[in-house]
Design a protein around this ligand. Structure first.
Ligand SMILES: [Zn+2]
Length: 256
């Protein structure tokens, strides 16, 4: 079997699981390869832990989640909230993408609530053409085949709402996604609840399931509204095709 390689280039150590936990699970179940590349260490996402304590904890959490989907994991030593689309990081990213040689990249759109997400989307976009230019980052051989690039779902309407270009049914793996998210305990059981208005409440796995499933439910409902053939879809993940990658052919991923 020729292994398909999926590379998630995300800003923080839980973004891949929140954005594409279903895709990763289905990809892993089909026996293909995954790498999660986090461009920051996520060390600002907590209300009591220091940056260094949180970076260590989030590395452990990300490793646990990566293990569940058989993914390689790389986390860059960049502070959470301080990612910029610099030329230095662009060339580092070009090297990382070339070394893994993915068929498919998933990243953020450049319209998103978090500046690190926007910077990550920008870095992938800025790297794309240069992946095939040998004079850039010459210590990593240039790619002969460009990957396709997909952008994860967000709710932002400015400058343009998200396009539902590729929608996958994640109903069969919802529990797996909850298990992936539960690995990120510092986020889903500490930080997220600290932002919730109700403090006298049990923020446990049952709550996490209820909280997380709003998104795949909304994605499925939105897709059903624009595409009546998806009438039975209950939980879904959606992706937008980036013009910066090679042509995306869903048939290549019919194993999902
Ligand atoms: Zn994030």
């Amino acid at each position: 079997m020729t292994h398909k390689r999926l590379l998630l280039v995300m800003a923080h150590p839980d973004d891949a699981e929140f954005s594409a936990g279903g895709l990763m699970t289905l990809w892993h179940q089909a026996g293909h390869r995954i790498k999660i590349l986090c461009l920051t260490n996520g060390n600002a996402g907590h209300h009591t832990l220091s940056r260094s304590e949180l970076a260590d904890q989030r590395l452990d959490e990300a490793r646990q989640a990566a293990t569940l989907v058989g993914a390689d994991l790389e986390i860059w030593p960049v502070d959470d909230g301080r990612l910029t689309p610099s030329i230095e990081l662009r060339e580092k990213l070009i090297g990382a993408i070339r070394d893994f040689a993915p068929h498919l990249i998933v990243t953020h759109r450049t319209a998103d609530y978090h500046p690190d997400h926007r910077a990550t989307g920008q870095l992938v976009q800025d790297s794309a053409y240069l992946l095939q230019v040998p004079a850039i980052a010459p210590e990593h051989p240039a790619l002969s085949q460009m990957p396709s690039i997909l952008l994860s779902y967000d709710r932002f309407r400015d400058p343009r709402p998200f396009r539902f270009d590729w929608v996958i049914d994640t109903a069969s793996v919802q529990d797996n996604v909850i298990n992936l998210l539960a690995c990120h305990a510092s986020q889903v059981f500490d930080w997220l609840p600290s932002l919730m208005p109700e403090t006298n409440y049990s923020y446990d796995t049952a709550w996490l399931k209820q909280f997380y499933q709003r998104k795949p439910t909304k994605v499925a409902a939105t897709y059903r509204a624009i595409n009546p053939t998806g009438a039975s879809l209950e939980f879904a993940e959606a992706f937008e095709i980036s013009d910066y990658g090679s042509r995306f052919t869903p048939d290549h991923y019919s194993f999902l």
